[in-house]
Unconditional design. Structure first.
Length: 176
């Protein structure tokens, strides 16, 4: 919790000091939030407060939303605020939390799917899907491709000799 919030504050500081005309500026990180909602209870709020001190000094409010009975924890207040489930305030906090969950899950699914479809052969120069298929059909496995001699690579149907030499050089340069 502390690490993530510290990185967020550091991004704000770095982007906030850049000129609005700087092409590297990210306006979403340069804007000072009005409210930071932490997903979790009193413990998560406590863990995040130290990292958010820079934001709090600038007047940013921080609360946490515990899922069990939708309690809202506020710094400096011993007891949580329990809002009626029908209030628009609680519904807004729930929607913010649920959107953050949806965003995080989508991000992790995309990363997982990408990792599952990546191949060590994707790093080879001049190799796209068709040439990767041709190499795998000819050799049977990525390991066999990487163990092949230059002459064996040059003998693959549909693979130009220049690409075969580039693959051989790449494989032997990187020590695979």
């Amino acid at each position: 919790m502390n690490e993530v919030l510290s990185r967020r504050h550091a991004q704000f500081e770095a982007q906030h000091e850049k000129s609005p005309y700087d092409s590297d500026r990210d306006d979403s990180f340069a804007a000072l939030p009005n409210l930071i909602v932490i997903d979790g209870g009193k413990g998560q709020l406590s863990a995040g407060l130290a990292a958010l001190e820079g934001f709090r000094e600038r007047g940013v409010s921080v609360v946490s939303l515990a899922k069990r009975i939708e309690e809202v924890f506020i710094p400096g207040r011993a007891d949580p605020l329990v809002l009626d489930h029908e209030t628009p305030e609680l519904q807004l906090l729930q929607r913010v939390r649920d959107e953050a969950h949806r965003f995080a899950l989508t991000h992790h699914r995309v990363r997982r799917d990408k990792a599952m479809t990546e191949s060590i052969m994707d790093e080879l120069p001049g190799i796209g899907p068709a040439r990767k298929r041709a190499l795998l059909q000819h050799f049977g496995s990525p390991e066999s491709v990487f163990a092949a001699t230059r002459e064996e690579l040059e003998a693959v149907p549909g693979l130009p000799q220049k690409v075969a030499r580039a693959i051989y050089a790449h494989v032997n340069r990187t020590g695979r």
